[in-house]
Ligand binder design. Structure first.
Ligand code: MN
Length: 370
């Protein structure tokens, strides 16, 4: 009979997200409920939470109640839970875990109780780890951890950075040590984007439950793993539990771009699970003036969060007078000026002004004389 376990990390309940704390906290509550539902539905034997279940040591009553309910539901359904304290919910004097009441079958990894042997599971499962405390910054996360000789499945839980793979802070994991660690699975936490680190032993960051910063992609995943104690084979896949997505939309402004060109991109878009960063680049011609407030008022409500990042270059003032008559630019300017004089409508005049501006910009100053 196979053993099934689910690995998650970095849920960050109670987050102060830049994308609207209150809304994202609600998403996290729902994601936790979906996670519990998945574990129950999959009939998982074990749920591993590899650090940062809580966003801070100060846990609200609402969050405590939510976690207590989730843990009770899980253990009632026969899902054993192992929780590792991470950087945000470190196991020091102010740790939120000192007041958290754990039901039977839910376990916390502490310096006093760092390991659990589940000898009622087929093949016997061993789970061990080191809880994060401030003093463990830069400490080798795997040193001192060893598999249990009687266990068929040995799991290490680690909240930290894999050296050379993700930015290095918190506890450190050295890639060359993974293979000789003797573990079958390393449940990683701390890095907020999904990342597979090693195949043997299998070491994966599931990523955060919901993104809390712009650069977090591939969030919301949990790893579902099945271990066959007879063949000693481990298979994994991920399930999407979180809902929030992040998109960076780059919009390049050309000299003839009008604000309507941008607005029309947004007219059909509405996605309440999307955090959208609109990045404007290029040169703002005289025809492109974006009123950020007006734009956000118009479209902000269509998304979970909408942000405008403005990298527009102000238009360079160029006039025909900057060029000599006997240059290509000067000759061009003269021809377009004649057309502007002949223009019958304001639209035609505006268009020709753009042509003049863009033409002069492209021909540039100091163009060859004819
Ligand atoms: Mn985290």
């Amino acid at each position: 009979m196979a053993i099934k376990f689910i690995h998650t990390a970095d849920i960050h309940l109670g987050t102060k997200s830049a994308f609207g704390g209150g809304q994202v906290r609600l998403y996290l509550r729902e994601a936790l409920e979906r996670l519990v539902g998945l574990a129950v539905q999959e009939k998982a034997d074990l749920l591993l939470i590899a650090g940062d279940l809580f966003d801070s040591p100060r846990v609200s009553t609402a969050t405590s109640v939510l976690v207590a309910k989730a843990l009770t539901e899980l253990t009632t359904a026969g899902v054993r839970v192992v929780i590792l304290p991470g950087t945000h919910d470190a196991y020091d004097s102010s740790s939120p875990y000192h007041t958290l009441k754990l039901p039977e079958n839910a376990h916390l990894i502490t310096p006093q109780d760092p390991s659990y042997l589940f000898d009622d599971l087929p093949g016997i499962v061993f789970v061990t780890g080191k809880p994060y405390i401030k003093a463990s910054y830069n400490e080798n996360a795997l040193s001192g951890l060893s598999p249990h000789p009687q266990a068929g499945l040995n799991i290490a839980m680690v909240h930290g950075s894999v050296v050379g793979q993700v930015s290095e802070d918190a506890m450190l994991i050295y890639p060359q040590e993974l293979a000789k660690s003797g573990f079958d699975y390393i449940a990683l936490g701390h890095w907020h984007s999904f990342r597979e680190i090693s195949k043997k032993p299998r070491a994966v960051y599931p990523g955060a439950m919901e993104p809390t910063a712009k650069d977090q992609t591939g969030t919301g995943r949990v790893i579902v793993a099945e271990f066959d104690p007879v063949g000693k084979t481990l298979s994994t896949h991920y399930e999407q539990v979180g809902k929030i997505r992040i998109e960076n939309l780059c919009f390049k402004v050309e000299p003839l771009t009008k604000p309507e060109d941008l607005y029309s991109l947004f007219a059909q878009r509405k996605d309440s699970d999307l955090v959208l960063f609109l990045e404007l680049s290029g040169v703002a011609g005289p025809g492109f003036m974006l009123d950020r407030e007006e734009f956000l008022a118009e479209y902000g409500a269509n998304f979970l969060h909408l942000e405008v990042i403005n990298h527009l270059q102000p238009v360079e003032e160029i006039s025909a007078g900057d060029f000599g008559e006997r240059t290509i630019a000067g000759h061009f300017a003269g021809l377009v000026a004649e057309e502007i004089d002949k223009a019958k409508t304001d639209d035609e005049r505006a268009f020709l002004s753009e042509v003049l501006n863009e033409g002069l910009r492209r021909l540039g100053k100091g163009a060859d004389s004819i």
